[in-house]
Design a protein. Structure first.
Length: 246
């Protein structure tokens, strides 16, 4: 069964990266459609103009266009060992997702990871959302740009990062205020699952815990929102230190 990407930016990024094999369906004519059509043709993806009724039958919820097919590659998938072997940045941001199974949350985290130029996102091979057309749509194509490493053992990955000079902080409501915590240098942020948080063994291997100060009436932030805030804070501290050196 084919996947459908219906978001303009998701389609645009999939075509730009030439990582999608299939067909572009178009049911309307306007400037945006012309841009997508031109990009598809440049990427050797066939374009078929159909009626709105036909496209609705093929892909309900479309916006006048839909890219049907399958992803052909994952150039952003990296090997952790290879990544660490050549890594030499002084300031770095790695995000570990421990049991993030909701594809919408996963996609939103990738979108933030792209905006705050995370060096790497690490996910476990089990109990984790993975790449799909939904992820491409919700992340607005960010999954085509963010390096992702899939590992079989998160605690082993954490030890490898420690050996490379990374400090590892788990996101936890009882952790230290992110405004007071030194997140400069090589930093790892771990986001736990939507329901139960980090697993016990992952929690035991953290160097510390970080929280976001809030004054609302509900218990906690959505995991993808919290991830974005923490990524921003890490990069803010990185920029602040870099500016101080000038």
């Amino acid at each position: 069964m084919s996947d459908y990407i219906t978001g303009f930016h998701g389609i645009e990024e999939a075509l730009k990266k030439k990582q999608f094999s299939g067909k572009l369906y178009i049911s309307k004519k306007n400037k945006r459609m012309d841009q997508i059509k031109e990009l598809a043709l440049k990427s050797a993806v066939p374009v078929e103009e159909v009626s709105s009724a036909e496209l609705d039958r093929l892909c309900p919820g479309n916006k006048g266009f839909a890219l049907e097919g399958k992803s052909t590659a994952k150039s952003t998938e990296v090997d952790l060992d290879s990544f660490l072997r050549t890594f030499d940045k002084e300031n770095a941001l790695v995000v570990i997702l421990d049991g993030i199974t909701d594809v919408h949350n996963y996609a939103a985290i990738l979108r933030s990871a792209d905006q705050f130029y995370a060096d790497l996102v690490i996910v476990p091979s089990r109990r984790s959302a993975s790449d799909s057309a939904v992820v491409t749509k919700v992340s607005v194509g960010a999954n085509n740009w963010v390096p992702v490493a899939t590992v079989s053992n998160l605690t082993r990955a954490m030890k490898q990062l420690n050996e490379k000079g990374f400090w590892i902080y788990g996101a936890h409501m009882n952790g230290e205020d992110c405004n007071d915590l030194n997140l400069d240098g090589r930093t790892v942020i771990i986001m736990g699952s939507e329901g139960t948080g980090m697993s016990r063994i992952v929690r035991e291997h953290c160097d510390g815990f970080v929280s976001i100060p809030t004054d609302g009436h509900v218990d906690s932030l959505n995991v993808s929102v919290a991830a974005g805030i923490l990524m921003y804070e890490v990069r803010r501290q990185h920029r602040q230190k870099s500016a101080g050196k000038k």
